[in-house]
Design a binder for this molecule. Structure first.
Ligand code: ADP
Length: 256
């Protein structure tokens, strides 16, 4: 039984969405911040993301990309409109149910990695599984497997300061996907990496996507975005473009 459907006040009708349903469904979503004047970070935005998609969100700074990702990640609630994630209506779930939804369905990666200093890569990844209801031993085994999946099987005992920036981001990626989320959200994951490390992270996002994970990635890198299968462009809180079809991959990206 899923962590979400275990929650006692979860709406029974929402217990098991069929696979073909969108992973992300935003309908006329608005997120405003009060003030004089108020800031409309996201305005009347509608977006559907189907299982298995790999989607880039691009747009100038301040256009609402992070706000959009926080809404999709259920870290924030809209001031208007409807958000459904993995079939669950966010507005009808309690904060506790949203935590369960995130723990079971969503992985996050941020530009700044957010690893715990002084703690091994293995323990950093295992920490991400604390709410998965696994024994410590099972958490450690899953963390090791996840680190091997991102090519860090030889760095299990290294602590963040003993790793390069690219390796740290791969640890963060391993942590995000250790619980096998259906949806991976990445906010500028290559923003603080050199080109080669960034390309490796993008390659890993592609591999995870090829394995069935739906991926939404915010990026400033228009070349990177151009090579992903779908791009949505944000401007002034609005979704102004939604394009499909990728440019060819660079030789560097294609290198295993
Ligand atoms: P982006 O990720 O594209 O740079 P953001 O989503 O961070 O854009 O921000 C969109 C707009 O919302 C900006 O004008 C920003 O200043 C504003 N904003 C974001 N978070 C807050 C907040 N907590 N309070 C007030 N305004 C905010």
């Amino acid at each position: 039984m899923s962590a979400v459907s275990r929650a006692p006040d979860a709406p029974a009708a929402e217990a098991g969405p069929p696979d073909a349903d969108p992973v992300v469904e935003l309908t006329d979503v608005t997120r405003s911040y009060p003030g004089a004047p108020p800031v409309h970070a996201v305005r009347a935005l509608s977006l559907r993301v189907l299982p298995g998609e790999l989607l880039a969100v691009v747009g100038p700074s301040g256009s609402g990309k992070s706000t959009l990702l926080n809404l999709i990640g259920t870290l924030d609630r809209p001031t208007g409109g409807r958000v459904r994630i993995a079939g669950y209506p966010v507005e009808r779930l309690s904060d506790r149910q949203l935590s369960a939804l995130r723990a079971e369905h969503i992985g996050f990666v941020f530009q700044q990695f957010f690893l715990t200093q002084g703690v091994s890569a293995l323990d950093n990844v295992a920490e991400g599984l604390l709410y998965a209801g696994l024994s410590r031993r099972a958490r450690t085994a899953a963390a090791a497997e996840s680190l091997r999946r991102v090519g860090l099987g030889h760095r299990l005992r290294h602590r963040p300061h003993e790793l390069s920036g690219g390796e740290r981001q791969r640890v963060a990626l391993a942590r995000a996907v250790a619980g096998r989320p259906s949806l991976l959200l990445a906010d500028e994951p290559t923003g603080s990496l050199d080109t080669a490390s960034g390309a490796r992270v993008v390659e890993l996002l592609r591999e995870l996507n090829a394995d069935g994970t739906t991926v939404v990635v915010i990026t400033h890198d228009t070349e990177l975005a151009a090579r992903l299968p779908r791009r949505v462009v944000m401007r002034d809180g609005r979704l102004v473009e939604d394009r499909r079809g990728a440019a060819p991959r660079t030789p560097q990206e294609a290198t295993p």
